[in-house]
Design a protein around this ligand. Structure first.
Ligand code: PEP
Ligand code: MG
Length: 559
């Protein structure tokens, strides 16, 4: 048995023979052309054909994987027509007298290098796109067609890397999973795999060898593990995992489009937690009603220096527009504690979880906070935005943060930059202080979102990072649940809605409790949406509420 570790970018378990992607290699001729006008026409004809093919791929992707995936081919069409790109090719053909395929090859290498050297990981991933578009044009010029899967049975497809158009053109009924040597989580191939619900693992490097082709393979997209020739015990564990996955799949189909409403008519919103704009397709494919928590610090964690206002604006705008008008709650920067970023140059702390983190950093370093708020407000023009502040303990912090919002709005108005006038402002309730003071805090905001990961840590004085605490770290602890009830009551008295965005929100053992105390929204990982919907739809709150509340507030102790 061989076990190989990569990075899982699309969850799910798949089992089958390993197959290496056959890529047809074009040999590029390099010649000096005399009739440069005719060579230019040759390029223009190939470019036109490539654009037509991309239009067909757009339609195919739209049918198979939805709008987000299809959008890529529009981007490719634009790339094929991009002025700088086409001018570079024209220069090589007309001035250097290079033949068209060599001119496209050189231009592709130059543009791919330029993208690869950019700091922005999203732009880096575009290097693969420019190579992909150019490969298509070269294929047309040379008459070489890309390879596919020559296997009678479905396979686990391995490749050095897969260009998005290669991924889309493949016969999906033949693919159980993708495994690539290289790749990035924000590459479109990863996006496509997630959207199509195909397990995928990237970055296995040279551990996976072409000579393994044909051997029995298991892929676990959740853990990023590839297993070859698994022993019986491992196979059994993986089969059980796959069974679970298939059950979930069935659920997905039945429950899509159904409301999150209990048997006795109580509704609750089920939203999703995301970490980057590329997670939106999976929110939509799992029928998430909105985004309840976008952990914006992942944008900062992915950069080697402070992300600019424009960079952030593009990311937030993408989430808001891709969500098509559904609510999106973006949490302002929450670093510190377990999420450290070198370029912030924060001094070392004895107790980082109780130290300078989240809103505390933002209030102490207003230039960072302001950049983010400007990007958020500018993006608000593209959807339905809620801005949420993490790690609040006091009323003054919220007042100061809101003041900064007002200042930003004033500036944007003066600059003539549009923003929505219905942006909701909320706070996370993740400290006992915020829960206890929620009656006052509710007067300042539109919503509360309970971060039960931290609320449990701070209420029980238990480090959430410390696995050795075992039974002492108990998110079901009545102290945590009583605080949640108090927060709900204070919120509702003040016309404020309240959600849960910590991991506890997806805990089906507590769904009845959350419904009983009146939680309005649960924000969970996209794949938890449908199991949660099922649980909600099976519940009759009237049957359980009284007992749940009586037990929660009982002073009885069983001896
Ligand atoms: C939480 O604390 O519950 C929460 C959602 O925030 P994070 O896990 O990012 O700290
Ligand atoms: Mg938290």
């Amino acid at each position: 048995m061989i076990s190989i570790q990569g990075k899982g970018v699309s969850t799910g378990v798949a089992m089958g023979p390993l197959y290496y992607y056959q890529r047809a290699k074009s040999v590029i001729r390099r010649i000096t052309v005399v009739d440069t006008a005719a060579e230019w026409d040759r390029f223009k004809a190939a470019q036109k054909k490539a654009i037509e093919q991309l239009g067909e791929l757009y339609e195919k992707a739209l049918k198979e994987a939805g709008e987000e995936a299809a959008f890529l081919f529009e981007t490719h069409q634009m790339m094929a027509e991009d002025d700088d790109y086409v001018e570079a090719i024209e220069g090589l053909i007309k001035e250097e007298q290079l033949n068209a395929e060599a001119a496209v090859t050189d231009t592709a290498a130059q543009f791919a290098d330029m993208f690869a050297q950019m700091e922005d990981t999203y732009m880096q991933a575009r290097a693969a796109d420019v190579k992909d578009v150019s490969g298509r044009i070269i294929g047309i010029l040379t008459g070489v067609v890309q390879g596919g899967i020559d296997s009678p049975v479905p396979v686990i497809l391995a490749a050095d890397d897969l260009a998005p158009s290669e991924t889309v053109q493949l016969d999906k009924s033949k693919i159980l999973a993708f495994v690539t040597e290289g790749g990035s989580g924000s590459s479109h191939t990863a996006i496509l795999a997630r959207t199509m619900g195909i397990p995928a693992i990237i970055g296995v490097g040279d551990q996976l060898k072409p000579e393994y082709e044909g051997r029995d393979c298991i892929v676990d997209g959740a853990t990023g593990t590839v297993i070859l020739d698994a022993d019986e015990a491992t196979k059994a564990v993986m089969m059980a995992k796959r069974e679970e996955q298939l059950k979930r799949q069935k659920l997905l189909e039945q429950l899509k489009g159904q409301p999150n409403v209990t048997r006795d008519g109580q509704s609750i919103k089920v939203f999703c937690n995301i970490g980057n704009p590329e997670d939106v397709p999976v929110v939509l494919s799992n029928d998430g009603g909105g985004v309840g928590l976008f952990r914006s610090e992942f944008l900062y964690l992915n950069c080697s220096d402070y992300p600019s206002e424009d960079y952030q604006f593009e990311a937030y705008k993408k989430v808001l527009s891709d969500m098509g008008g559904k609510e999106v709650v973006i949490r302002t920067l929450d670093i510190g504690a377990d999420k450290q970023i070198d370029y912030f140059e924060m001094p070392e702390e004895e107790n980082p979880a109780l130290g300078n983190r989240a809103l505390r950093i933002c209030l102490n370093r207003p230039e960072i906070f302001k950049t983010q708020l400007r990007a958020l407000y500018r993006a608000s023009a593209f959807g339905k935005l809620g801005i949420m502040f993490p790690m609040v303990t006091s009323v003054w912090e919220v007042k100061e943060a809101k003041k900064m919002c007002e200042q930003v709005k004033k500036e944007l108005t003066a600059e003539g930059k549009p923003f929505a006038d219905d942006v909701q402002i909320g706070i996370m309730i993740e400290t006992p202080a915020a829960a206890v003071m929620s009656d006052r805090l509710a007067k300042l905001v539109d919503f509360f979102s309970c971060g039960t990961n931290d609320l449990t840590q701070y209420t029980l004085a238990c480090d959430r990072q410390n696995n050795d605490l075992g039974r002492f770290f108990n998110p079901h602890h009545p102290a945590v649940l009583r605080l949640l009830k108090m927060v709900c009551d204070n919120a509702h008295k003040n016309g404020v809605w309240v959600g849960i965005c910590g991991e506890l929100g997806a805990d089906l053992e507590l769904t009845e409790t959350f419904l009983s105390i009146g939680i309005d929204e649960l924000s969970v990982s996209p794949r938890s949406v449908l199991p949660l919907r099922q649980k909600i739809r099976e519940t009759t709150v009237g049957d359980v509420k009284e007992k749940i509340l009586a037990d929660l507030f009982s002073d009885e102790v069983t001896l």
